[in-house]
Design a binder for this molecule. Structure first.
Ligand code: ZN
Length: 384
């Protein structure tokens, strides 16, 4: 049972903790590139805090999920403006963009040289520039992961820039920053967080440390996701979801994921659909398919016991069967009005390409059991 565990160098969690950003940034640099979401005005409080602490900044808004060009542009601006510190404020897109910019600011060459699958696959040699992550959604856990998901429109594919040195220098997880997230986005990002707790818990590289995080995270997401969607200013629910997201990020970075993320990566490269919503649409179907496949081919597999534990945690019923867990997730997705994959223009004609691209994803390889092409086709057709 050998395992390794690595996370951000420092994690500060709590309501209001983001107000320390300026003072903490000062120790890491005096000029920052602030990578943020579409609405750059939301970063004003942060640039103000930085300035109060003698850290000047340049804003770099990222409109959607980052591409290779987003990273190239960010690095060029940081170099031109002499920014040695990167601060990411936003959802997974802004944080992943910031993380990739911090890595490429310190490493020579083009981002493509370092990418898996479509690029040169080189290792990042130099440690990233200092990077502070402030998540404003509770979903991706990107503040504690060592990869950045980037789109290459030219390859119609999403790939990860990855390396141990990409772990942020500092994660400031302030649940208050998520209060203004609208219900639909709270639902889809929250279901991504839940997926990122379920998949590492049953995956091939689960370990005792990630198990502990997954169990606690699932317990909190189960009791608080609906509340957070219905009442965005419920401090307790928002705090639970921020913990669930943080723990999911720690778990996936140290254990791995599964078929939901294998498919979601492929779909995200081919269609314009938010990652959380895609995961949410797939999760109940992947749970059902994994259960069927395990019972048929590996009835003594440890993951079967774990699926039962998941059902207990989600339903809060000590005698819940594994199937009840999958059913609970399916009902939650329906209650939270998660649209099927068809709304993004994905049809039966695309299923083969999703399967082919998904097969190359590291997440697919971590799934507790290898799914046949037929089983994969069935999952995707049900999720359409
Ligand atoms: Zn995810």
């Amino acid at each position: 049972m050998p395992f390794e565990f690595a996370t951000a160098r420092r994690v500060l969690f709590g309501p209001g903790v983001s107000r320390q950003a300026g003072a903490l940034a000062r120790a890491l640099g005096n000029r920052a590139l602030v990578v943020t979401g579409r609405d750059a005005a939301r970063a004003q409080f942060l640039t103000g805090l930085l300035l109060e602490n003698a850290v000047s900044s340049v804003l770099f808004p990222v409109a959607e999920e980052p591409s290779l060009d987003t990273v190239r542009q960010g690095v060029a601006i940081a170099r031109r403006e002499n920014c040695r510190l990167i601060v990411g404020l936003g959802g997974g897109s802004a944080l992943d963009a910031g993380k990739a910019i911090a890595a490429m600011l310190a490493n020579a060459g083009d981002v493509l040289d370092y990418l898996e699958v479509i690029g040169g696959g080189k290792s990042l040699v130099e440690p990233s520039a200092p990077f502070i992550a402030l998540p404003t959604t509770a979903g991706t856990g990107s503040e504690v992961t060592r990869n950045a998901v980037l789109a290459s429109p030219e390859h119609r594919q999403k790939v990860s820039l990855r390396g141990p040195s990409m772990l942020p220098s500092l994660a400031l997880v302030d649940p208050e920053l998520t209060w203004s997230v609208p219900p639909a986005s709270t639902a889809s990002t929250g279901l991504d967080a839940l997926t990122q707790l379920i998949e590492p818990y049953v995956c091939r590289r689960a370990n005792p440390m990630t198990d502990a995080l997954c169990v606690e995270g699932m317990r909190r997401a189960a009791r608080s996701l609906r509340v957070a969607v219905e009442d965005g200013r419920n401090a307790g629910a928002r705090e639970d979801m921020a913990v669930a997201s943080l723990f999911g990020g720690m778990a996936l970075a140290n254990a791995g994921l599964g078929a939901v993320h294998g498919f979601a990566g492929a779909i995200g490269g081919m269609f314009n659909a938010s990652h959380g919503a895609v995961c949410a649409a797939l999760l109940p179907h992947v749970m059902e398919a994994n259960l069927r496949a395990l019972r048929q081919r590996e009835p003594r597999h440890e993951a079967l016991r774990r699926y039962k534990e998941i059902a207990r945690l989600l339903t809060a019923k000590p005698d819940a069967t594994a199937d009840k867990g999958a059913a609970w997730v399916g009902q939650l997705a329906r209650d939270l009005r998660i649209p099927p994959l068809g709304v993004y223009g994905i049809g039966r004609q695309d299923v083969s390409e999703v399967i082919e691209k998904g097969a190359r994803a590291s997440s697919m390889k971590a799934n507790p059991i290898i799914l046949t092409t037929e089983e994969q086709r069935d999952i995707l057709e049900r999720a359409l």
